[in-house]
Ligand binder design. Structure first.
Ligand SMILES: [Zn+2]
Length: 238
């Protein structure tokens, strides 16, 4: 099993070029079964694709490719920045640099709840919490409980769903935060470029391989890279 981390398509940072991204999705569709987080035993090759932050390009550019290749994805949503609906054009919504997306959220730089509903109904997109304000949870004065619970409540109420996964903003957490998170969520995700056999993760946390900035469709799946990710998992298990 491999968990993968993505952010944008066709943006200036934390992004993939859309042509490479589509070839990468084709590669995944022909070599893996894609899955949402599950406690079921996984037999065969599985990939769990996790997209962070729910930028508008996920709805406009990524979601059509997921549908084309019948690929499942988990979308990690920071709830403070999500509008119910948005009347801006796709061009405006996708015109911001990566670093300006959060401060311009009122211009619809993120997927709306309406768009999320449509994506959930496709059966291809599941929603995870990515905290409420997208703050580094290790910083002082952060209300950890609010970041964990408020985001989950908002998503569950707005979308009439159950939210079982949490993705740490910036991949940052410590042991106490991990324990707290797993009081409210079944699955927690970090970064870390490691692979493990199922969603029980390493010490309860799911690691993800960074799949932004790909130059070829299959560069993270080479024997050498996979060996590196397994070695990292081995080290992290102590
Ligand atoms: Zn994020």
């Amino acid at each position: 099993m491999i968990n993968l981390m993505y952010h944008h398509v066709n943006s200036d940072r934390c992004s993939n070029n859309i042509e490479v991204f589509e070839k990468h999705m084709q590669y995944i569709a022909s070599h893996f079964q894609t899955t949402f987080p599950t406690k079921k035993e996984l037999k065969g090759k599985y990939a769990c694709l996790v997209f962070d932050d729910a930028y508008a390009d996920f709805y406009y550019l990524t979601f059509p490719i997921l549908k084309k290749y019948n690929i499942k994805a988990l979308l990690a949503v920071p709830t403070k920045y999500i509008l119910d609906v948005c009347s801006q054009t796709p061009e405006v919504r996708m015109s911001f640099e990566h670093n300006d997306e959060f401060k311009n959220y009122e211009k619809g730089t993120f997927c709306t709840f309406k768009e999320m509903k449509e994506m959930i109904e496709s059966g291809l997109v599941q929603i995870a919490s990515h905290s409420h304000t997208h703050t580094n949870l290790l910083e002082e004065d952060v209300n950890i409980k609010e970041e964990l619970i408020l985001s989950q409540q908002i998503l569950e109420e707005k979308l009439s769903i159950k939210v079982e996964s949490f993705v740490f903003p910036f991949g940052k957490y410590n042991d106490a935060i991990a324990t707290e998170t797993l009081n409210y969520y079944t699955y927690a995700f970090r970064i870390g470029n490691a692979i493990h056999k199922d969603f029980s993760g390493i010490k309860g946390i799911n690691y993800r391989v960074d799949a932004d900035g790909l130059s070829t469709a299959d560069e993270i799946f080479t024997f050498k890279k996979q060996l590196g990710y397994k070695f990292k998992a081995f080290i992290k298990s102590f």
